[in-house]
Write a protein of this length. Structure first.
Length: 367
């Protein structure tokens, strides 16, 4: 409630300035005012859809844009009403999508891009069996948001559109996950048959039967195939001790040594630093946010020198977190920094990394 009143006070303060400034009716001035208000709303561009501008329509200043946040819509509506501006703010999802506002990923790994085109920078990845929420469509692309709120554009060929009930049925039945770093779903229960798709660690799949040493599975788009028993297991929601979870995470992390760096990646095909930690923790059912700065908000602080295996080590410029790795105990840590490798912040170690030592900020215990 206090923040709402502070925001209203800001609006009225701006209105007072406007009434005293005959030159305020310039697009750049109004745009600066809008930017100031959006900053006060503490919008995280990576985790929400908020695109606005001010322009003249039929000789009248207008606030135009789109958002998937109701609080932002209400605040900007108040702003526009206060200044007697016309506003056209679309609330997402787009009504044209009707009830089909979810997409289940139907390929092993697919890029999520900054803009709706293949040449655009990849900002994230989505993997088989996971879902995204769809907000609007532009040609062959959907503006989407992942399960952990990351925003970007996904190509229509990578997902199976569905409504809420269909998504629920998939999640209720997709009770197996891929545990190998990579594998193949075959058209028949033998490796000489044609492949249906590749699979990677953490893919979610729906089992429909057994055939000897093979499981029969169905994908979100209805394709069927066989995966060898060694490549998957049933999802277990509990029963493991923290020590067992950390041990398995560490084993998975070490299997990924040498995996190349990929900006926006969070899969075994390539990852960035926070994508790597998100990937290895997810393999044991521990879900981390996407970015290092977000992961740094979790857990409890651990004193330097008291690190345990599984603790997260954060690096940066002293103010902003820009890198993350996982402790292997002592001063050694594994991280993605060009490729997955092990380094140390102990200057006497043969794997000492001077740059990371100088940029080390703090450690957090997540498990």
């Amino acid at each position: 409630m206090k923040s709402i009143w502070m925001l209203k006070f800001t609006f009225f303060s701006i209105m007072l300035v406007i009434s005293c400034d005959s030159g305020i009716e310039k697009q750049e001035d109004l745009q600066k005012t809008l930017s100031f208000l959006l900053k006060r709303l503490e919008i995280d561009k990576a985790l929400s859809i908020n695109q606005f501008t001010i322009k003249k329509i039929d000789g009248r200043w207008s606030l135009v844009g789109k958002t998937n946040e109701k609080r932002v819509y209400n605040s900007l509506k108040f702003y526009a009403d206060s200044l007697s501006y016309f506003y056209s703010i679309k609330t997402l999802p787009d009504s044209a999508l009707k009830d089909s506002i979810f997409g289940i990923v139907n390929v092993s790994v697919t890029p999520i891009r900054q803009e709706p085109k293949h040449s655009s920078q990849m900002v994230d990845q989505a993997i088989l069996g996971n879902y995204v929420k769809l907000y609007e469509k532009e040609e062959d692309w959907f503006l989407c948001q992942t399960e952990y709120d990351y925003v970007g554009w996904i190509n229509k060929t990578a997902i199976q559109k569905c409504d809420k009930k269909e998504l629920y049925r998939w999640r209720e039945k997709a009770l197996h996950k891929v545990i190998s770093l990579s594998g193949t779903l075959y058209s028949k229960p033998n490796r000489s048959s044609l492949p249906i798709t590749d699979v990677v660690l953490n893919n979610l799949i729906k089992k429909t039967g057994n055939s000897g040493q093979w499981g029969e599975f169905i994908l979100p788009d209805g394709r069927k195939g066989y995966l060898h028993n060694k490549d998957y297991r049933t999802i277990k929601l509990n029963g493991k001790s923290n020590q067992a979870i950390i041990l398995n995470i560490t084993k998975t992390a070490k299997k990924l040594i040498g995996t190349p760096y990929l900006w926006g990646g969070n899969s075994t095909k390539g990852s960035d630093c926070s994508g790597f930690t998100q990937l290895i923790f997810k393999s044991e059912g521990v879900f981390l946010p996407r970015d290092a700065r977000q992961q740094a908000l979790l857990g409890k602080f651990i004193e330097t020198g008291q690190f345990s295996v599984g603790d997260l080590l954060f690096f940066g410029d002293g103010i902003k977190v820009t890198h993350v790795g996982m402790s292997l105990g002592g001063f050694d840590f594994i991280h993605q920094g060009g490729k997955v490798e092990i380094h140390s912040i102990d200057k006497n170690s043969s794997i000492f990394n001077k740059y990371r030592t100088e940029s080390f900020m703090f450690a957090k215990r997540i498990i």
